[in-house]
Design a protein around this ligand. Structure first.
Ligand SMILES: [Zn+2]
Length: 682
């Protein structure tokens, strides 16, 4: 019988540091102990530092005075607040992000990839930017230069004339600077589809900020402007902004193609604007590849109203408007970034390079293999669950199994990045092999502009279908299910303790990360996404009868959450908002348990202090650990908008639904953790 490997094997990290020698793999004392074990002897204890850490958490957070049949969340997590001040669930993302930064600082200079060199340069830029206020002046000078490329700025141009003004040109020039905000519009890439989405913006930034920013730019560039002129220009800006914010869209408006909406707003040449996001070469060809993939709100009336506003506004006001909004955007960004640790910004701007360095230096690649095996085990458990379902009709059952079988996944990062030079390739444009080229002499502003331009060019490549992957932070943080690809992304940051470790016994990894993967697969069968087929197309594959039965079963869970007496919120929660996540939890926990039971655990080590506990009980304690958290601080009305159930429900509500939980802890029928009424999905 195959089992998830729980052994650390000696795989030296793929490091390019000269002179780096792999350390000899330490022999784990528990591995030796295990060899001596016969069937009569007690299980060995896992003594790796990670296991000891896990043991500490399990002991510190649990409250042994609480009966697990009464309130298992309290029994497993009741003393969490006494031992930690961390708000929220135990996902180690933040910790890792910070660690990632340190790695970057420490190792980057020693690497040979030019992408990494670029990240290092940017890191020193961001660090310098935060440390020396004097550098502000350089940035404000560069910002002013950038503004001059947008078009003549009426406020500072003596004898500015209307004939110099072209609205589409100005917006196209803002696009050339890599900005996704173009004064009147905002552009976004919807990665999962993939398309560009563009929509008009009303009020964008807090009022009052602009004036100070503009004055700072004037001071840094020795520009003198008549106070009265400036005041008038600000007033017209605010008036236009107020008018734009009055624009309302029909709540029934769907998405439509931009090229269809274009006719309702002839003042704006969208083709010209989008071409400015592209490299100079081959723009016509690229435009043909993406023009059908630019979507917007399909509300011709609203766009006609916007056209009327543009026609009625003075050209001076419009020209100032485009520039003022750009200033607002950039200066606000500067001030926000200053508050962010610079390493975090590097991770944001160079997600792939950061990830690559992290994996190379601090991540045991064996973990990726183990996680991939875990996905396969969970897939099998899903298939088994569908096969054993007592109510699915054959037709639906087959399609459900097909969807589980066809579900694709990516763990850590795409394998092709392992090849030398592969990472640099992702930083080259597809058609013209031009690399991102930050220079040591660049100011923070210029570096940022170069990166944004580059990212926009890459987004165009991605939407045009020329590259299959785009670097976003999603590649680093968490796990997710992509319904439109029927695909699962599990990133390296969750493949770490407390949820995962290569030295953990197999059941601990299944209870931790196995559940998370099971949960994500479950989204493919949750009320929101169940009608998408195995290719991620919207195609209802459920028989009518099965659909009705499914909804009835989901309704049971909605009511369960509605009736749940949460320690923080009481019986005030709304099961309809959370049903997608609750179903994913129910399916995740069920399939993780099936996986745990299908594998041979007889040789697995136990955890300190839990030697006499029995693996099943220990399994549930480890599974609950993921949701141990400080008391939530959200007001009820905020919580009611959250898609996830409360941590307490994610343990009590979900586990009390499992017959095996009640059996494991011997909970009497009718006790809170063994209610007579259970909601079973499949
Ligand atoms: Zn989820």
């Amino acid at each position: 019988m195959s089992r998830i490997p729980g052994r650390k094997t000696s795989t030296p990290p793929d490091s390019l540091v000269p002179g780096w020698e792999p350390e000899p793999e330490p022999e784990h004392s528990w591995t030796l102990a295990q060899n001596e074990v016969t069937s009569e002897k007690p299980s060995p204890i896992c003594k790796s530092p990670e296991c000891i850490h896990l043991a500490h958490k399990l002991h510190n957070y649990r409250d042994p005075t609480v009966d697990p049949c009464q309130d298992f969340y309290k029994a497993a997590c009741g003393k969490y607040n006494e031992h930690t001040t961390v708000m929220g669930i135990l996902l180690p993302e933040m910790k890792l992000a910070i660690r990632n930064l340190k790695i970057l600082l420490k190792h980057f200079l020693q690497f040979v990839s030019s992408t990494e060199t670029q990240s290092t340069l940017f890191l020193s830029e961001t660090a310098g930017y935060r440390n020396e206020i004097a550098r502000d002046q350089n940035d404000l000078k560069d910002l002013f230069q950038a503004i001059q490329t947008i078009g003549a700025w009426p406020t500072v141009t003596e004898n500015w004339s209307e004939s110099e003004f072209d609205l589409s040109d100005m917006m196209a020039n803002v696009a050339s600077l890599g900005s996704d905000r173009l004064g009147l519009f905002k552009v976004e890439v919807r990665f999962s589809l993939p398309v560009f989405f563009i929509w008009p913006v009303g009020t964008e930034f807090p009022a009052g900020y602009l004036e100070q920013s503009v004055k700072n730019i004037f001071a840094a560039n020795n520009i003198k402007v008549d106070e009265r002129v400036l005041e008038e220009d600000f007033k017209s800006f605010e008036a236009l902004e107020a008018e734009l914010s009055q624009l309302k869209y029909s709540p029934n408006a769907s998405w439509g193609q931009l090229i269809e909406v274009q006719t309702h707003i002839p003042s704006v040449d969208f083709e010209k604007i989008f071409k400015s996001f592209m490299r100079l070469e081959g723009r016509d060809d690229m435009w043909n590849k993406i023009k059908d993939k630019i979507t917007t709100i399909n509300d011709p009336t609203a766009f006609e109203s916007l056209e009327t506003i543009l026609k009625n506004s003075s050209k001076r006001t419009l020209a100032n408007f485009i520039i003022f909004r750009y200033i607002n955007l950039m200066t606000l960004y500067f001030s926000q970034q200053r508050k962010m640790p610079c390493e975090k910004e590097v991770v944001k701007m160079f997600p792939l390079a950061s990830l690559r360095v992290f994996v190379r230096n601090h991540f045991d690649k064996q973990n990726l293999k183990m996680a991939a095996e875990m996905v396969e085990h969970l897939r099998k458990s899903y298939i088994e669950m569908f096969e054993q379902s007592t109510w699915l009709h054959e037709e639906t059952r087959e399609k459900a199994i097909l969807k589980a079988k066809m579900m694709d996944y990516m763990i850590g990062y795409p394998e092709e990045f392992e090849k030398p030079g592969a990472l640099d390739k992702t930083f080259k444009s597809v058609i013209i092999p031009k690399m991102l080229n930050l220079l040591e002499t660049d100011s923070y502003f210029s570096s940022l502009t170069k990166i944004c331009q580059f990212q926009m060019e890459q987004s165009v490549d991605y939407v045009a279908g020329l590259v299959g992957l785009i670097a976003t932070e999603d590649l680093i943080f968490g796990a997710s299910y992509q319904p439109l690809r029927n695909s699962l992304d599990v990133t390296v940051t969750i493949l770490d303790d407390p949820m995962f470790d290569s030295t953990y016994p197999a059941y601990a990894n299944i209870a931790g990360v196995g559940f998370i993967i099971g949960h994500e697969i479950g989204h493919g069968f949750d009320p929101n996404w169940r009608k998408m087929n195995e290719k991620g197309e919207k195609k209802d594959w459920w028989t009518n009868e099965d659909s009705i039965e499914y909804d009835k079963r989901a309704q049971c869970l909605i009511e369960k959450y509605n009736d749940y007496d949460d320690p923080t919120y009481g019986r005030n929660l709304n099961g309809s908002t959370t049903i997608g996540e609750v179903v994913a939890d129910i399916l995740g926990v069920e399939t993780a348990w099936r996986t745990y039971k299908s594998l041979d655990m007889s040789n697995e080590a136990t955890i300190f202090g839990f030697e006499d506990f029995g693996l099943d009980k220990l399994y549930f304690h480890i599974a609950a650990l993921t949701w141990c958290s400080a008391r939530e601080e959200f007001p009820l009305e905020t919580k009611l908008t959250h898609p996830h159930a409360t941590p307490s429900f994610r343990v009590n509500g979900v586990f009390s639904n499992m017959k095996v939980f009640a059996e494991t802890f011997n909970c009497p029928i009718g006790s809170p953790m063994n209610p007579e009424k259970k909601c079973e999905m499949f």
